[in-house]
Design a protein around this ligand. Sequence first.
Ligand SMILES: Cc1cc2nc3c(=O)[nH]c(=O)nc-3n(C[C@H](O)[C@H](O)[C@H](O)COP(=O)(O)OP(=O)(O)OC[C@H]3O[C@@H](n4cnc5c(N)ncnc54)[C@H](O)[C@@H]3O)c2cc1C
Length: 376
Amino acid sequence: MQFDESHELYRQSCLRFAREKIAPLAAEWEEAETFPRELYREAAEAGILGVTFPSEYGGGGGDLLHSMITVEALLTGGSSGVVASLGSLGIALPPVLLLGSEQQKQRFLPPVLAGEKIAALAISEPGTGSDVAGIRTRAERDGEQYLLSGSKLYITSGVRADFVTVLARTGPDKHGGLTFFIVERGMPGYSVSRALKKTGWWASDTAELAFDSVRVPVENRLGEEGSGFVALMKNFQGERLGLATYGHATAEIVLADALAYAKERQAFGRPLAGFQVTRHKLALMATKVAVAKSFNYALAERVMKGEYLVAEVSMAKNFSSQIAQEVCFEAVQILGGMGYMRETRVERLSRDARILPIGGGTTEIMNEIIAKSLGL
Ligand SMILES: Cc1cc2nc3c(=O)[nH]c(=O)nc-3n(C[C@H](O)[C@H](O)[C@H](O)COP(=O)(O)OP(=O)(O)OC[C@H]3O[C@@H](n4cnc5c(N)ncnc54)[C@H](O)[C@@H]3O)c2cc1C
């Protein structure tokens, strides 16, 4: 994969941000299960927040590699929760970009890309996650408004979001009856039911949202009625490649920590790295990281050339999610008791990694997509 100078400069700037703005407070924010809103503005000022969005809306005009670099570099700060929260705009805004009118883009994109507002994407519901077409949140037209009712579950940044990009049912057709709407904080009937407690991603808020006959103006509908499902499938490509990047990046970071520990830590009169079993563990971990990373980069290159790679992106998400579990497990093992302590990055990232085979489409759903591509 060819990184040009802009990518390398950008990587340095993201690493600096992670080192100076995230790492020193990551443990505190994780325990507090939140972080200051100000970080969004700081990330925007550093050119990180909207790096891949068009410059006319306040983005950085970057490419897919920039977004992969963002994940890789920011995760070194040691809090996937912070990265997930800062990144919720990366799944909430593409439907606006893809389906929205010029007026909607001008209205909704710049404040989020400037770090002034927080955006979330709401697809999953209490009754349905993997089966997206089973969505029951309804939006019924009533003059120049829609009456939107239902609930959404597991929504990243949902507690703090200033607006939510909501997929709702506008017609009976399973796939063709889904439409995106922007529901804004303060609209009567829209509320956060609860903030959810999680295994990992502690610094990231995850919400259950309630919509009780919310009057959503027609100006907040994105695209034509029925355009939601196709837009969502396109959105999944970016999200899944992003999660694949989380996978290889998490594995790479815990590998580096385990390597450093194995060189330092003494047992039976020698460093852990002096035991062949540890060396071979590290060799296998490094191999897994290298394979996952190069597959993800190779896919990114093809996606950037305009290819639509549903099956391959599903493979990447599954493979990277899986190797992240394996590499994290061994990293904790190499750190021994210290690997179980909250004060280590290995402990935290290992917990955080458990979301990877679940979020953005589960391993089983990815395998269904891959199987279909095999003609099964
Ligand atoms: C921390 C976190 C953050 C999230 N953020 C967001 C967000 O911002 N926005 C959003 O909309 N959603 C979000 N989600 C939801 C996430 O996308 C869903 O959890 C995921 O898609 C799985 O849906 P589900 O939990 O309803 O599981 P289910 O669909 O109920 O699946 C349960 C199990 O059954 C399996 N299964 C289901 N169908 C099949 C099948 N056909 N064949 C084989 N196995 C099957 C699944 O693979 C899984 O193992 C988040 C989830 C978490 C945990």
